[in-house]
Design a protein around this ligand. Sequence first.
Ligand code: DGT
Ligand code: CA
Ligand code: CA
Length: 573
Amino acid sequence: MPVVNATVAGIFEEIADLLDIQGANPFRIRAYRNAAQTIGALGTDLRALLARGTELTDLPGIGDDLAAKVREILDTGKCRTLEKLHRQVPPAVTELLRIPGLGPKRVRTLWQELDLHTVEQLLRAAKDGRIRGLHGFGPKTEEKILASAQTYLGGSRRHRLSVAAQYGAQIAAWLRSIAGVVRVEIAGSFRRMRETVGDLDVLVTARADSPVMNRFVRYEDVREVVASGPARGTVILTCGMQVDLRVVPESSFGAALMYFTGSKAHNVALRRIAQEKDLKLNEYGLFRGKETVAGRSEESVYRALGLPWIPPELREDHGEIEAARAGTLPRLVTLADLKGDLHMHSRASDGHASIEEMARAAREHGLEYCAVTDHSRRLAVAHGLDSERLHKQIAEIGRLNERLEGITILSGIEVEILEDGTLDLPDSVLARLDIVIAAVHSKFELSRKRQTERVLRALGNPHVRILAHPTGRLIGEREPYDVDMQRIIRKASAERVALEVNAHPQRLDLLDVYCRMAKEEGVAVAINSDAHGTLEFEGLRFGVGQARRGWLEKKDVLNTRCLPELKTWLRRN
Ligand code: DGT
Ligand code: CA
Ligand code: CA
């Protein structure tokens, strides 16, 4: 049974939602949510971890009971606890929780009083005015629910890149195991490393006698077959993700890969170039009349159009074709260029591992230095550090650095930016650290003006060297807070502060467009994991993807510098 980490996390999340709707013990609910969070953030496949000898109970928040459930899910794809809950609460009801303004209590009322199970039913009830009379609701709430339900149903469901990567890797590996299959490549927005993916577009070349299409629609994780023909098929996986498969001839593979990688805008622009040369470009190849000019590889097609190969992350028709023509394409930063990671947590705040464990894990990922940046005191939920605990931590890091080889630990803090833009710790304390990262974790609802002023003031503090996750968005969960990014980037430039691309799978913040803006203003960008455990450094590759989409080169990324150069930069001017 094809089970990936996101499947397990999704089941635990659903159990927590159902328990929440039932009004179960909050500690029990929290246990499932924490486990879902831990597993969702793991960079390594659970099966691979088990194969390496890691015990599930070594994972933070996973005790014997949850470990047994993880095994059950990995073995069977199912969880009896969830099935039992499904007999008590209709499964679709959890979808109502996705509507802004509906918490578990209200969902319980809607389900029990009006027998609502789906968002469609909710919308109808709101239109009919059946909700306003319920206890705890009113005409205003009903109006809001109506609007939110409409937005929800109108919007297309997109998936986080890291989640799409898990399902994509699984399905690609499985396709490769089918007789006669030669190549498997995932194209589309996934290959362009967009932060969310609508559906997966898989390309395959295979021998004529390969049963690949036949097997594809019978993949165990398929919930529904939408279409299936000899050369193309579309299915929906159990998790709701759509997968398109195309089987293409080897001689067209490059042209097909280009076509299905997109973006549509990039394709349109390329077709225009082809037309200017009296050529015709489509997913089968590049043609002059009936003669094939190119098609086997992407390089051959670009070359015949008079262009160098363009990295997928740039293919948005945002100037890459002009740059390619002029020979000025950027040499994009790669994962291998990263020499360090400047944002991670230890057990001292809300991390799951000791400083030493984090440092060793960073070293295993080929890094030369890492900064431990636990939260500061005001972030009480994360057990933030006050001056005294921070001083002890600095001393501990000093001792570790004497002992550890092959990695240098920098002492740092992820300091809270308070509502007025001052910082949560005195300058005299910040001055003792190697690196200070400033972050907003509260008062997201401030007006644009006040939120911007708040961040600008923090950037003006002489100790601040990096602004963490500059927009605060959580993909699919929380919109960015309202700030004037242009002003923030200008200020960062003036103060020589770096902006972060936070690579945590839920964040990917800065977004690509702001990376590019930062580069244009000469602001350095730091690609950081924000790891809370030793298995979370894998996320860095998605951060690098976002930076590449923002046209960033090695020289634009702060943590590609070797340690002495970084230290010089940290001392500012
Ligand atoms: P997504 O799935 O919404 O995240 O975004 P994409 O870019 O993966 O889009 P998708 O799955 O609809 O189509 C995959 C690629 O196929 C797309 O990037 C470009 C190509 N494509 C699809 N429809 C058209 C079209 O009408 N014209 C052209 N030129 N290309 C298309
Ligand atoms: Ca797609
Ligand atoms: Ca598609």
